[in-house]
Design a protein around this ligand. Structure first.
Ligand SMILES: [Zn+2]
Ligand SMILES: [Zn+2]
Length: 361
């Protein structure tokens, strides 16, 4: 690879021209963007790592490659874990500021994600909960016990006593973060870290909140009431906004995700919005016709079995199925008739059936 070609510059290009070309290309191919390209983005970064560094650029000009003290061969210096990088950026908790080699990255990330801040969103919490078939049909308000961090009520998350004086942190000038220079084999990187004087809040208080001892949040047992709608499917997730862990330094809370497991029922089986069940009838009921009581999820329904009903025939009871999730109406109850062949016969029953046989049955 030729770093000049990759960035679309040439050997006489100035540092500024290279930086500009890099920024333009990095914006264009950033993997978070539509039409972005992660490999191209890495390539651009590698090229810039060479051309933004006087020594490496001179090496390249002289030898057509660069040399790296570490195991990597020519063109080394691209050892970032971009997937993690991207992940952090998307979570809004981006903290690394890759200012190495001319400060290109920090500018780009500030352009793309706004000024970095120590106000971080809280973590999401995912829990599973089980409900019965009946609860699935009716919908239920489920109490879910969680141990999680919540914003302190005493100070609304500031960590300071409500009546104490508030001043801007001198160390970080209110930004909540400070820069630290990290030396790595790839060069020096400025890393943005949370200010430990104010713990990232940017403000200081004469007196800290007594409730949370200045932390701004508390870990505690919480019971969340969650509405589980009628008709929810087994394995479906309910998202409750802002009910996850409290954010850092006034950042928004994460979300609560509840995976709902519907316990199998001994009588009813769900099939989309319908409910299937079986009803057992005798040979004579099937032959002569009859009325049977069928249990539905609501109540018991009397169903007419016409004469000559075969085992395995399915009858429909309308509107006794599963409520349609987020729509009107509900499915049906489908009843499969099973004709039981008698296994133990009394002497007189046996005699009667023998009579039937003579009649050709
Ligand atoms: Zn500070
Ligand atoms: Zn507090």
């Amino acid at each position: 690879m030729n770093p000049y070609d990759i960035l679309g510059v040439n050997k006489s290009s100035s540092d500024d021209e290279i930086k500009k070309a890099f920024r333009k290309a990095a914006h264009k191919y950033h993997p978070d963007k539509e039409g972005g390209d992660e490999n191209k983005f890495k390539e651009i970064n590698e090229a810039y790592q060479i051309l933004s560094n006087k020594e490496k650029r001179a090496q390249y000009d002289q030898f057509g490659q660069t040399f790296n003290g570490a195991s990597g061969g020519p063109g080394g210096g691209g050892g970032f874990d971009f997937s993690q990088f991207k992940q952090q950026a998307q979570n809004g908790s981006f903290e690394f500021n890759f200012g190495g080699g001319g400060g290109g990255f920090s500018d780009i990330f500030e352009d793309m994600y706004g000024k970095k801040s120590s106000r971080t969103r809280g973590r999401d919490i995912q829990v599973r909960t089980k409900i019965t078939f009946k609860e699935m049909i009716e919908g239920i308000t489920k109490k879910i016990e969680l141990y999680k961090s919540t914003t302190c009520n005493g100070c609304s998350g500031t960590g300071g006593d409500k009546n104490s004086k508030e001043t801007t942190c001198e160390k970080c000038k209110g930004s909540g973060s400070v820069q630290k220079v990290m030396r790595t084999m790839l060069g020096n990187f400025a890393q943005t870290v949370t200010c430990n004087d104010c713990e990232g809040r940017g403000k200081r208080y004469e007196k800290q909140c007594a409730d949370c001892k200045g932390k701004g949040k508390k870990d505690e047992d919480v019971i969340e009431s969650v509405e589980i709608p009628a008709g929810i499917n087994n394995g479906q997730t309910i998202l409750v906004n802002g009910r996850g862990e409290a954010g850092e330094n006034g950042g928004p809370a994460g979300d609560l995700l509840i995976v709902v497991e519907v316990i199998n029922d001994s009588k009813f089986i769900r099939e989309e919005d319908n409910i299937n069940s079986e009803v057992h009838i005798s040979f004579s009921q099937a032959a002569l016709g009859s009325k049977v009581d069928v249990e539905t999820v609501d109540d018991s329904v009397t169903m007419k079995i016409p004469s000559g009903t075969q085992s395995g025939e399915i009858f429909r009871i309308r509107n006794k199925g599963v409520p349609r999730l987020q729509r009107m109406g509900r499915g049906d109850h489908m009843v499969t008739v099973v004709v039981d062949v008698p296994t133990k016969l009394s002497r007189s029953q046996k005699k009667l059936i023998e009579e039937l046989t003579k009649e050709g049955l």
